[in-house]
Design a protein around this ligand. Structure first.
Ligand code: NA7
Length: 548
C-alpha cells in the first residue's frame, strides 16, 4: 500500500499528529477509556462528533428521555470519590441530569484536554508496514496511531424512515436523536409521532398533555411496562452510598448487570394463584424487574411466554378505555420481552386523552410525507410538527458509517457483510491493533451498559499495558479464534425466543438497505460468563491472538 506509506511519512515529518492510541467517541465508553489510558502514560487523542461529551446522553435530548436502569447502578463505579460526591435525584434520572453528570466527570478528571470535539472520523486505514492506523476526519485532517479503539455506541447511527417526501415537510420535524438544544414549544401544536419503540413511548407520554393534538403512527406495538420512577429521598441517598460496594458486587453476578436477577422457578412449577400474585408484584415494582426477575423460562418457553404476555395484555385492556385502541396497543406478533421492553409512565393513559389518536400503519400505510403533513392510504393529516422516533441502524450501523480498512485494504463492512465476525466482540481478524468497546458479539448490548463498558475498557487497558510493557507493536485475533467465537455466539442464542422476532437487536431496520435478514449480534451468555471468557484469554497471555 505505497500511498498509505507515503502519506504516513509525510504526516510524521510535518505534523505533530501521531498518538499511541486514538479513541473514536467521547461517550461513557470513550471517556472512561481515555481516563485509563492516560493512567498508563500513553498519548491519547479522542475524536468526538458532538460539541460536548456524553454520546447517547449528549444527542438524545428529546422530551421524556431518561434511564431505564436505576440511576445509581448506571454511574461509573471506578472512583469512590465520584460515587461519594454525586447525588442522583431520581431512581431513573432524566437525560438532563445524566448529561450534567457526564460533564462533571469530564471536568473532575480533566478529560477535555485530550478530546477534539466537532470531529467526525470518516475513515481509518491500517498501514501494514508501519503497523499503525491512519485516521481521517471528514474535514480531511489526518492522524496516525499505533492503536485504534472504537467507542462509537450501539445506537448512534440514527435512521429516518424511508418514506417518500420526508424532506418536503414545511413544518418542524426532528429525529429524536437529533433533538435541538433549544426548547421546543408544543402548546397548541398538531404533532405526529412515528415510531413506538422505547424512545417513541417516552416522547408520547411526555408531550401528550402539552400538545394541541397528537397523532401516533404505530407499525408494531410493544409490551410496555410501568417504570414506577420517583425521587430519591435523603434517607435513601445515604443507604445507596453506604451500599455501593455490595450493590456493585451484586451487579457483577447478575446476567445483565442489573439489580434484578432471574427467579429460579419455572412458570408452571407454581400454582395459578402464586403465579398471578408474583406477576402482580412484578407489575408494581420499578424498572426492569418484570423483564429480568421473572420466572426463568418466560423468555425461552413459548407457553410460559404466552401466558405472561396475556397477563400484560389484560393490564393494557384495563388501562385503555377504548377497547379498539387497547387491542391496537397489544402486540400480536411477538411475545413479551422478545424485543426491548419500553418502560412507561402513564403511556397507556395518554390514549385516553380526547386529543390523542392512534393510527395503525400496517392497516393504513403511510404513503408519503407531504408539505403539510402525512398522507396514508385512507386519509391526509395536517401537522405543525413531525417527530421521527424511528430508531437506529443498531450495533453495526455506526461501524458501517466509517470506512475501516484492515490488512490488504479489506473493508470491515465487507468482512461483516454476512453478519459480524469477531473475537470476544472486541476485535476482528485482519483488523490489527483495533478494539471495539460495545462492539457486536459483546455482552454489553444486553447489559446495564456502563457496567459492561467498564469491563470492556478494563480488559482493553490490560492489553494496552501488556503492549506497553512487552513492546508489542501489533496484535490481531486469529481467524480460527474469530470463527470459534462467532460460532459460540450463534450457539448461545439458540432457543432464545428473541431470535425469531424482527427488532434492532436482531439487526432488522426497514429503513436501511440490506438490513432485512435477522442476525445474532449479541452475546447471550450473560455478563459474568463473558467476563470469565475475556479474563481467561488475558490470563493465558492473550491466547488466540497473535502478538508481535
Ligand atoms: P426502536 O426500538 O428501533 O423503535 C423504532 C420505532 O420506529 C419502531 O416502532 C418502528 O416500528 C418504527 N419505525 C421505524 N421505521 C418506520 C417506518 N418507516 N414506518 C413506521 N414506523 C417505523 O428505536 P428506539 O429509538 O425507540 O429505541 C432504541 C433503543 O434506544 C431502545 O431499545 C433503548 O435501548 C434505547 P417497527 O417496530 O420496526 O415496526
Amino acid at each position: 500500500m505505497p500511498d498509505t506509506q507515503l502519506a504516513a511519512a509525510d504526516l510524521d515529518a510535518t505534523t505533530n499528529k501521531t498518538y499511541d492510541t486514538i479513541i473514536i467517541g467521547a461517550g461513557i465508553a470513550g471517556m472512561y477509556q481515555l481516563y485509563r489510558l492516560r493512567e498508563l502514560g500513553l498519548s491519547v487523542r479522542v475524536f468526538e462528533t458532538g460539541s460536548g461529551v456524553g454520546g447517547t446522553w449528549y444527542w438524545n435530548r428529546y422530551p421524556g428521555a431518561r434511564f431505564d436502569s436505576e440511576s445509581y447502578t448506571y454511574g461509573y463505579s471506578f472512583s469512590e470519590a465520584l460515587l461519594e460526591e454525586w447525588n442522583w435525584s431520581e431512581h431513573f434520572a432524566p437525560q438532563t441530569e445524566t448529561l450534567r453528570y457526564l460533564n462533571h466527570v469530564a471536568d473532575r478528571f480533566d478529560l477535555r484536554r485530550n478530546i477534539q470535539f466537532d470531529s467526525r472520523v470518516s475513515a481509518a486505514t491500517f498501514d501494514e508496514t508501519a503497523r499503525r492506523w491512519e485516521v481521517t476526519l471528514d474535514n480531511g485532517e489526518r492522524f496516525l496511531t499505533r492503536f485504534l479503539i472504537t467507542a462509537i455506541g450501539p445506537l448512534s447511527a440514527d435512521t429516518l424512515p424511508r418514506i417518500l417526501g420526508v424532506s418536503s415537510f414545511r413544518g418542524q420535524s426532528f429525529h429524536t436523536y437529533r433533538w435541538p438544544h433549544e426548547a421546543v414549544d408544543f402548546a397548541g401544536k398538531r404533532v405526529a409521532v412515528i415510531g413506538t419503540g422505547a424512545t417513541g413511548v417516552q416522547v408520547i407520554q411526555t408531550i401528550a398533555p402539552l400538545v394541541g393534538q397528537l397523532t401516533v403512527f404505530q407499525r408494531t406495538p410493544n409490551w410496555c411496562t410501568p417504570l414506577h420512577n420517583r425521587k430519591i429521598t435523603e434517607e435513601e441517598q445515604k443507604k445507596i452510598k453506604a451500599g455501593y460496594p455490595a450493590m456493585f458486587e451484586l451487579l457483577r453476578r447478575t446476567p445483565g448487570c442489573y439489580i434484578h436477577n432471574t427467579d429460579p422457578r419455572g412458570t408452571f412449577e407454581v400454582t395459578e394463584e402464586e403465579r398471578e400474585a408474583f406477576w402482580e408484584k412484578l407489575y408494581s415494582e420499578p424498572g426492569f424487574a418484570i423483564w429480568m426477575a421473572n420466572f426463568r423460562d418466560v423468555l425461552t418457553d413459548p407457553k410460559a411466554n404466552t401466558l405472561f404476555s396475556d397477563f400484560i395484555a389484560r393490564k393494557i385492556r384495563q388501562r385503555v378505555k377504548d377497547p379498539k385502541v387497547a387491542e391496537m396497543l397489544i402486540p400480536k406478533c411477538h411475545g413479551f420481552g422478545t424485543r426491548r421492553v419500553p418502560q412507561e409512565t402513564h403511556y397507556f393513559e395518554a390514549y385516553n386523552l380526547p386529543h390523542v389518536r392512534l393510527v395503525d400503519t400496517r392497516k393504513t400505510s403511510i404513503e408519503r410525507i407531504t408539505e403539510t403533513g402525512i398522507k396514508t392510504s385512507d386519509a391526509e393529516y395536517e401537522f405543525d410538527m413531525i417527530i421521527y422516533a424511528t430508531g437506529f441502524d443498531a450495533i453495526t450501523g455506526a461501524f458501517d458509517r466509517i470506512e475501516f480498512r484492515g490488512t490488504g485494504g479489506r473493508r470491515l463492512k465487507d468482512h461483516w457483510a454476512e453478519g459480524p465476525k469477531t473475537f470476544l466482540g472486541l476485535m476482528s481478524a485482519g483488523f490489527p491493533n483495533m478494539l471495539t468497546i460495545v462492539g457486536p458479539h459483546n455482552a454489553s448490548t444486553r447489559c446495564n451498559i456502563p457496567r459492561c463498558i467498564e469491563q470492556n475498557v478494563d480488559w482493553i487497558t490490560g492489553l494496552m499495558r501488556a503492549a506497553r510493557d512487552r513492546g508489542i507493536t501489533r496484535f490481531d485475533a486469529t481467524p480460527e479464534a474469530e470463527t470459534e467465537w462467532s460460532r459460540h455466539i450463534e450457539e448461545l442464542a439458540d432457543g432464545m425466543l428473541y431470535t425469531q422476532v424482527d427488532s434492532w437487536a436482531t439487526g432488522i431496520n426497514s429503513n436501511v438497505e440490506g438490513k432485512t435478514v435477522r442476525r445474532i449480534l449479541q452475546y447471550q451468555g450473560g455478563a459474568p460468563a463473558y467476563r470469565e471468557r475475556c479474563d481467561a484469554v488475558a490470563a493465558a497471555g492473550y491466547a488466540s491472538m497473535v502478538l508481535t
